[in-house]
Design a protein around this ligand. Structure first.
Ligand SMILES: Nc1ncnc2c1ncn2[C@@H]1O[C@H](COP(=O)(O)OP(=O)(O)OP(=O)(O)O)[C@@H](O)[C@H]1O
Ligand SMILES: [Mg+2]
Length: 504
């Protein structure tokens, strides 16, 4: 504690010794102006004032530092001066005057008063620290409420707006800047309405407020809840509002583009599958034309008596029956594909799941292929697991996948010499893993590592008339049924696709 002694003439030096004894620092002056200057510019925690210098100095010192403890010193007989000093705000009065020694009683009195001054100083320091902390906390919360990315509105329990941060003014169009300015405060109405509802039934609210602003739509996400004091009494309600217009717009655009993408891939896959069956139908029509030509030739030969007309007719009708049979199958298959696609587009999940033996399922897939897609041009070797694993699948979907892989293998092997055109189909039960697998392995040219990364992508093709959807659809179909598909390939040796499906 710094103690300043203003004395008209030097007082007993025992005062300095007494102050020092308590660890306080004493400064002395005879000049009132100098004393006031010290109070103003330096740290003075207590002042000892010789009233001979003028009692008005107490008020002057207090005008500089209102809380400064001042201990007035004066002649022993000046009871009136003492009363006046205390009346002017001095902490106390001690009869210490020039030429008088500091008696032990006065010494004790001085120490007591300095102790009171120090105590007042501590209280004042605590009050100051508390005040500063309070200010800091207040500023912190003000900054948080101002800078928070959401708008905050507070109403009292009568529903009157008591607080609105800048973000809320901007979002609700209450201020001139920001996106919703042209709403002219219209958005505040539904929010205030929600706040009042919350005050009435004490329930929180969450709504999306949609408003038209010129040609655009504005979407505000608003939440309200009750504000309670520590004793549980309702003090008002708080509303938090954020502008979701941009997200909403992006969301709408995303939904739109996703729909387009789904529609696009659906249309493309329909085209791909229908193309396969149309190829069969076209092939049948070509065969039909050949048969018609043969029929005309046979008719001419029979007319010329060169052949037996009944025998020729029998052969022709057998061939015609075969062609119509194949056409019918292809037509039915196209119909199934269209049905499946419709079903897929409606539910996103293809076909009903059934328990089917995997070996039979693979054989049936090959039957639908028919010789016109080139199965007759390869050496087909089946290595079917005699344990006859059964899987739970949508059969037509798995057949579609198998056909896609087999057609790819046949097409790939057209690029190698006929002796190497061996297609191996292997089924396996893996009971430990709860799966069954089908391998489709060819001895074609194989696929290089860089191309191998791309083959699953939609529309990736290296074929002149390919759509690049075969493997894309195959993977989707297998994964839709809880299965998986992988590929291994070596350039110059061949490619092996492995489909794994859950055992039933
Ligand atoms: N067994 C295979 N051997 C070598 N390359 C293959 C094999 N299977 C697929 N590929 C490569 O993967 C590409 C993509 O195959 P995908 O079945 O997806 O489409 P595509 O066969 O080209 O066209 P689409 O199936 O419409 O006829 C093929 O173009 C081919 O380059
Ligand atoms: Mg293909």
């Amino acid at each position: 504690m710094n103690v300043l002694l203003l004395e008209k003439e030097s007082l007993d030096d025992a005062i300095a010794a007494c102050v020092a004894e308590r660890g306080y620092i004493l400064s002395r002056t005879h000049e009132p102006q100098e004393a006031l200057e010290w109070v103003r510019t330096r740290r003075v925690d207590a002042m000892l004032l010789d009233t001979a210098c003028g009692e008005s100095l107490i008020a002057k010192a207090h005008s500089l530092v209102p809380e400064l403890p001042v201990i007035a010193l004066g002649p022993e007989d000046a009871a009136l001066a003492a009363a006046r000093s205390v009346g002017r705000g001095a902490l106390g009065y001690l009869p210490i005057a020039q030429g008088k020694p500091l008696t032990p009683e006065l010494r004790q009195g001085l120490l007591n008063m300095l102790a009171r001054a120090a105590a007042r100083l501590r209280v004042e320091a605590d009050r100051q620290a508390w005040h500063e902390e309070n200010q800091r906390t207040r500023k912190f919360f003000e900054d948080v409420l101002t800078d928070v990315g959401q708008g905050i509105v507070v109403v009292d329990k009568e529903g009157r707006m008591r607080f609105c941060n800048p973000k809320a003014s901007q979002i609700l169009g209450l201020s001139d800047d920001g996106g919703s300015a042209r709403l002219g405060g219209r958005a505040a109405v539904p929010l205030l309405q929600m706040l009042v509802e919350t005050l009435v039934d004490e329930q929180p609210r969450h709504r999306m407020i949609a408003l038209e602003q010129e040609e655009e739509q504005v979407f505000l996400d608003a939440t309200t809840s009750l504000l309670r004091a520590a004793d549980g009494q309702t003090t008002g309600a708080i509303g938090i509002v954020s502008d979701r217009s941009t997200e909403k717009l992006l969301e709408q655009q995303l939904v739109h583009s996703e729909r387009l993408a789904t529609l696009g891939s659906l249309l493309a896959s329909i085209a791909h599958e229908i193309t396969n069956t149309l190829t069969s139908i076209t092939a049948c029509a070509e065969m039909g034309l050949e048969v018609a030509e043969a029929a005309e030739a046979a008719a001419q030969e029979a007319t010329a008596g060169e052949s037996n007309p009944i025998e020729a007719l029998n052969t022709l009708s057998r061939e015609i029956r075969e062609i119509f049979d194949m056409t019918l199958k292809a037509g039915l298959s196209a119909q199934t594909i269209a049905d499946n696609m419709l079903q897929y587009s409606r539910q996103g999940m293809p076909g009903a799941m059934e328990r089917r033996p995997l070996n039979a399922l693979v054989s049936e897939s090959l039957t639908t292929l028919g010789k016109h897609l080139g199965l007759d041009k390869v050496d087909l070797r089946k290595h079917f697991d005699p344990r006859e694993p059964a899987v739970r699948v949508a059969p037509s979907k798995v057949q579609q996948a198998v056909v896609n892989l087999v057609v790819n293998a046949i097409q790939a092997m057209q690029q190698v010499e006929p002796e190497r055109r061996v297609l191996e189909l292997t089924t396996r039960a893996n009971p430990e893993q709860g799966t069954a697998s089908l391998e489709v392995a060819d001895h074609g040219p194989g696929i290089g590592p860089r191309r191998l990364e791309k083959i699953w992508k939609s529309f990736f093709t290296t074929k002149r008339h390919g759509t690049g959807l075969g493997l894309y659809i195959t993977r989707k179909v297998i994964e839709d049924q809880g299965g998986s598909i992988s590929v291994e390939s070596e350039v110059g040796r061949g490619t092996r696709f492995t489909i794994t499906l859950p055992l039933d």
